[in-house]
Ligand binder design. Structure first.
Ligand SMILES: Nc1ncnc2c1ncn2[C@@H]1O[C@H](COP(=O)(O)OP(=O)(O)OP(=O)(O)O)[C@@H](O)[C@H]1O
Ligand SMILES: [K+]
Ligand SMILES: [Mg+2]
Length: 676
């Protein structure tokens, strides 16, 4: 987008937000934000006193009252503007998503016959055919064929991805386009419940509910408001008993200055902007609660392959054991991989080619393919002559061979340990009770992992790497990447066990996953980040989906969550500290109005009582728009422990919040005093 068009779009958003600020004045909307609702009530009262001075006996104060009314009115508008501006960003995104949601015609397969129906008529369980160039009419699982799919409508990433049945790349999203070949898809969502529908309602904030943290803070703000309301309301009678006359607009100004309007005005903008930062990052959070939970995480469970390492575990070498010939090992490795569609399996066949090892495909004729399973940690082929070929994790193959009474070659342990200490994954190859040797799978730790785990440690987050790999490989990678702990030879259910154990200690746990195997653990975790490339069940179990399918993004999501909580804490501290300072400006002024001898109380040396009150009120109003950029962007974030952060923020925003209004009110008073 050109700079011009971008600023035009930003300008549109500001205009839209200004309009929204007025629409949000409706008391039915305002009541949801009790602090600002009180300000609105005060505004109405002062307006009435300005319009009907005869009735209230305030003829001599029309100018002052009108000014108070205008400032109060702006205060409410500023708060509404903050919220509208935060909501606006999501709306723009929702609009572009709606573009990709247009109804299309779908080729529904019924008993082998194609019937063309609108996509809105598709229901869960229907089967559709999608050919090259067509839009996939709904969310589903590929049950036949293979195609490359352009998912840019939802991910913004234009490179097509391969979708095929079975395995972890079988889920497709409605609204994306098949760019080559043909697939058959079983629809998995009813109309209105699709992934894009959920995305739209999330980014539009339609389903935005207050999070537990927000509710707690809101309760605090309401309590403060009530306390000050009671104080100010009782001030009137007490003063008149003492024969001191306090004007109602002055009391309302005092009240508005004392109640936490700054945070009250910015609270929902902070929450919306935090969610929005996650969305901008191409992660779709199903609730604000999930984002906040990310900010409170104590433990992070990470996969080794694909998360910490690049994940394209490639066969790089065949290492025979005992007196086995290289060609014999290669051949059986190839047989076990002939129909193994995992990256590992395919890489074995490629290594055969590059090494020029001859391979007689007839060996596998009529054989039954045994797919890789995380439970068995093996894959292979049952041959038509009764022979059984397997490759897999060394300990799994060793047990399999031993169960058949086979002997373990002397040099197997030494050779597989060698691979493992280099951080590689050894796969053993066996035919029946005989082990032929090892396949050396190479994988590399992603660059910068050590620094990221170091950051997590400084935030007080413990990282645990869970891997199906052997303990030696796991230890090597764990050391190289700098994770705190690891669990090797883990099966899917072990992940849930780790999560439950941590949660039982009162910790909040985050994890990433993509497979159907991961779904229960994703649901169990407090923050479950599923990969968009993953299966539908994983995406449904998780409370976040990464559209770029980069599992290591969980680290940034945690940072965004922390930043959201910090921003809210910092602005709350700032707001309450501010109010204390305004107290010193306005209370002396009020009493000076009644008892001029009390001038000694005017510690700030403000021009006159009326200009002091107006200056405090103006400061109270303009601090809201001044803080909007901070509320939207979030406070600067440095990884450190929660305790240190708290101390730092109390210092900056607490002490700063006391000092800033003194300076601000004094400066405003210098100008205002020229008129008042
Ligand atoms: N295609 C395959 N055929 C046979 N064995 C495999 C295959 N892929 C992996 N293995 C073996 O099974 C083990 C477990 O693999 P899996 O992908 O389940 O690990 P994981 O639990 O996802 O953890 P990680 O991804 O960190 O390895 C691997 O360490 C490897 O020894
Ligand atoms: K205030
Ligand atoms: Mg894996």
């Amino acid at each position: 987008m050109s700079a011009n068009r971008m600023s035009a779009a930003a300008g549109d958003r500001v205009w839209h937000a200004i309009k929204e600020s007025f629409i949000k004045l409706s008391p039915l909307v305002m009541i949801r934000n009790p602090v600002m609702f009180v300000v609105e009530l005060g505004t109405v009262i002062v307006l009435l006193m300005t319009l009907f001075p005869g009735y209230f006996g305030t003829e001599d104060r029309i100018g002052f009252n009108l000014t108070v009314f205008l400032i109060l009115f702006l205060t409410v508008l500023f708060a509404n503007f903050a919220e509208a501006l935060a909501e606006g960003r999501g709306k723009a995104q929702a609009d572009s998503l709606k573009q990709s949601k247009k109804a299309v015609m779908a080729s529904k397969l019924m008993n082998g016959v194609i019937k063309v129906v609108p996509s809105t008529e598709l229901r869960k369980g229907d089967i559709v055919a999608v050919a090259q160039g067509e839009v996939i009419p709904g969310d589903g699982e590929v049950i036949g064929g293979l195609a490359s799919v352009d998912e840019s409508a939802i991910t913004g990433e234009s490179a097509p991805v391969i979708k095929e049945s079975g395995g972890d790349f079988s889920s497709v999203t409605g609204g994306t386009r098949v760019v080559s070949d043909y697939i058959e898809v079983r629809i998995t969502s009813d109309p209105g419940e699709s992934f894009i529908d959920r995305m739209i309602s999330m980014v539009e904030g339609a389903k935005r509910q207050k999070t537990p943290n927000e509710i707690a803070l809101n309760t605090l703000l309401i309590s403060l408001t009530l306390i000050f309301l009671i104080v100010v309301v009782t001030l009137g009678p007490i003063a008149s008993y003492l024969d001191i006359e306090l004007e109602i607009p002055v009391l309302i100004a005092l009240l508005v200055c004392l109640i936490p309007t700054t945070i009250g005005g910015l609270l929902s903008a902070i929450g919306i902007a935090g969610m929005d930062r996650v969305t901008q990052f191409n992660v779709l959070a199903m609730s604000g609660k999930a984002v906040e939970a990310a900010g409170d995480i104590n433990t992070m469970i990470l996969d080794k392959t694909g998360t910490i390492t690049f994940g394209n575990r490639m066969a790089s070498q065949f290492i025979p054991v005992g007196d086995v010939e290289l060609d014999a090992l290669g051949e059986w490795a190839a047989v076990s991989s002939m129909r193994d569609e995992t990256p590992e399996g395919r890489s074995v066949l490629e290594l055969m080619k590059t090494q020029g090892i001859p391979f007689h495909e007839t060996l596998a004729e009529g054989g039954v393919f045994i797919a890789f399973k995380a439970e068995t940690r093996m894959s292979g082929m049952d041959l038509s002559d009764g022979g059984r070929v397997r490759k897999g994790a060394v300990d799994a193959v060793r047990k399999w061979v031993e169960a058949q009474g086979g002997a373990i070659p002397m040099d197997l342990g030494e050779k597989s340990d060698f691979i493992a200490t280099e951080g590689g994954t050894p796969l053993a190859v066996a035919v029946d009770d005989r082990i032929y040797g090892l396949i050396y799978l190479k994988d590399t730790v992603k660059p910068g992992m050590k620094e990221r785990f170091e950051q997590l440690r400084r935030m007080g987050i413990r990282t645990i790497m869970c891997t199906g790999d052997n303990p030696l490989t796991a230890a090597t990678i764990a050391r190289e990447a700098g994770v705190d702990d690891f669990i090797a030879e883990s099966k899917p259910e072990d992940k849930i066990a780790v999560i439950r154990r941590e949660q039982a200690e009162g910790k909040l746990v985050a994890m990433t996953g993509d497979g159907t195997n991961d779904a229960p653990a994703l649901a169990q975790a407090d923050v479950g980040l599923a990969m968009n490339s993953g299966t539908t069940s994983a995406k449904e179990a998780a409370n976040m989906v990464d559209l770029d399918s980069d599992p290591s993004k969980i680290i940034e999501v945690v940072a965004i969550g922390k930043q959201l909580l910090m921003t809210r804490g910092a602005l709350t501290t700032f707001s309450i500290a501010n109010d204390v300072a305004k107290y010193f400006a306005i209370i002396p002024a009020m009493f000076m109005l009644a008892i001029p001898e009390m001038g000694a109380l005017n510690v700030m040396g403000l021009g006159s009582p009326y200009s002091a009150i107006l200056s405090a009120l103006i400061f109270n109003a303009i601090i809201i728009p001044l803080l909007i950029p901070l509320a939207m962007r979030g406070v600067a974030y440095k990884p450190m422990s929660s305790n240190k952060l708290l101390q730092r923020n109390i210092l900056i925003y607490g002490v700063g919040g006391m000092i800033v209004p003194f300076i601000g009110i004094k400066l405003i008073d210098l100008v205002v005093h020229l008129w008042v």
